[in-house]
Ligand binder design. Structure first.
Ligand code: TXA
Ligand code: MG
Length: 344
């Protein structure tokens, strides 16, 4: 199959809508990461998404909507708190989990009785959903396990030959996937996956619990609310390690390495010697979110076999950066100051 790359604009809207209406799949831009879109109500289209990504069948998809009216077509009940959060954060990077109506296919939701819903903040994609008239199921448009795509080029690397159309909407604004929450009661939510809607932002509205799976390694047989938490994720081919020492100890640790092509994502104040390739990361949590996935992909493209990433600050969107990084690194943290969790 030939894969067409087209700029997001009104001239490609009809073609994209036709593909989705006739049961096909296409990659679409959002403000978080690129998504691989299908009609959420068409079981065969949804199966094609799972196939193109190589995604396990029990990992449910997010349903993308363009109006709160569409939410009522999906959700059996919508709590007052959910409506308040929708009003404040939609369109935007917040995904909420609801009990689903029977007509929402189980396949779309990984066999669960719930559905995850979000309204993305991307003009083209909102128009596309409106044009289609149905919610668009869209996981991140990467091959399962690889870093999520934050540009159309990344999608092309993974999906060339597998899908007919990639809509190029430029670089994604946030660079990490949406915050996923479920409701524990009328005034408490649980964060299952952190994102750009931070715990601090949610606390303005309700109590916020952060699920243990966000920062802890789950036992292989652990029962999880969000199946995505149990899979290996976001990993480039290179081995990724988190460096948690002071600037000086991290510099010394890296300088002592030789014989391996080594990539490094640092805050920008490190003086490096030796054969180490630096990739964009940045000093602020926002920059780190934006650059993490693209830099991990770049490190692979440059042939690095090991990549070291400085431990981010975990406040704000930094919690999302650290959550993705822990998974990319398989929870391997090196304390270059010589602490007890040094593993390498
Ligand atoms: O920002 C995003 O959310 C992007 C863009 C494309 O919208 N999408 C995305 O989808 O990250 P995906 O499929 O890569 O991640 C969806 C996550 C998974 O961890 C999945 O397990 C969880 O949401 N999820 C989906 N439906 C769920 C449900 N009914 N209950 C619990 N977790 C659910
Ligand atoms: Mg994903």
């Amino acid at each position: 199959m030939e894969t067409k790359l087209a700029n997001a604009g009104d001239d490609i809207l009809d073609e994209a809508a036709e593909i989705l209406k006739s049961g096909g799949i296409a990659a679409i831009p959002t403000e978080t990461v690129y998504g691989l879109a299908a009609n959420a109500y068409d079981v065969n289209a949804v199966r094609a998404v799972f196939r193109a990504k190589g995604r396990p069948q029990d990992n449910p998809l997010i349903l993308h909507i363009c109006s709160v009216e569409m939410l009522y077509d999906i959700a059996e009940t919508v709590q007052t708190l959910a409506l308040k959060l929708a009003e404040s954060f939609w369109p935007g990077p917040l995904t909420m989990i609801f009990p689903r109506k029977p007509h929402v296919p189980a396949e779309t939701c990984g066999g669960l009785t719930t559905a995850a819903v979000r309204m993305p903040n991307n003009r083209f994609t909102l128009k596309l959903i409106e044009r289609c008239g149905f919610p668009i199921a869209a996981p991140s448009a990467n091959t399962s396990g690889l870093p999520s795509p934050t540009s159309a080029r990344h999608v092309f690397e993974d999906m060339n030959g597998k899908i007919p159309l990639i809509i190029d909407g430029g670089e994604c604004r946030y660079g990490v996937e949406s915050t996923v929450i479920c409701f524990e009661n009328e005034d408490t939510v649980r964060i299952l996956r952190p994102g750009a809607v931070t715990p601090e932002m949610l606390r303005e509205f309700c109590h916020v619990n952060i699920d243990g799976g966000v920062l802890e390694k789950l036992a292989p047989d652990a029962k999880v609310i969000s199946p995505g938490m149990k899979y290996k994720h976001y990993s480039p081919k290179a081995e990724v390690y988190i460096l948690k020492g002071s600037t000086e100890s991290d510099e010394n640790y890296l300088s002592a390495k030789d014989g391996v092509k080594t990539g490094f994502l640092g805050f920008g104040d490190e003086k490096l010697t030796g054969d180490i390739v630096r990739f964009p990361y940045g000093a602020s949590a926002e920059e780190q979110a934006e650059k993490l996935f693209s830099s991990l992909r770049e490190a692979d493209a440059a042939g690095c076999t090991e990549v070291y990433v400085r431990m981010p600050d975990t406040s704000g969107i930094g919690l999302a950066v650290y959550n993705r990084l822990l998974r990319a690194a398989g929870f391997r943290i090196i304390d270059a100051d010589g602490g007890s969790d040094a593993v390498h």
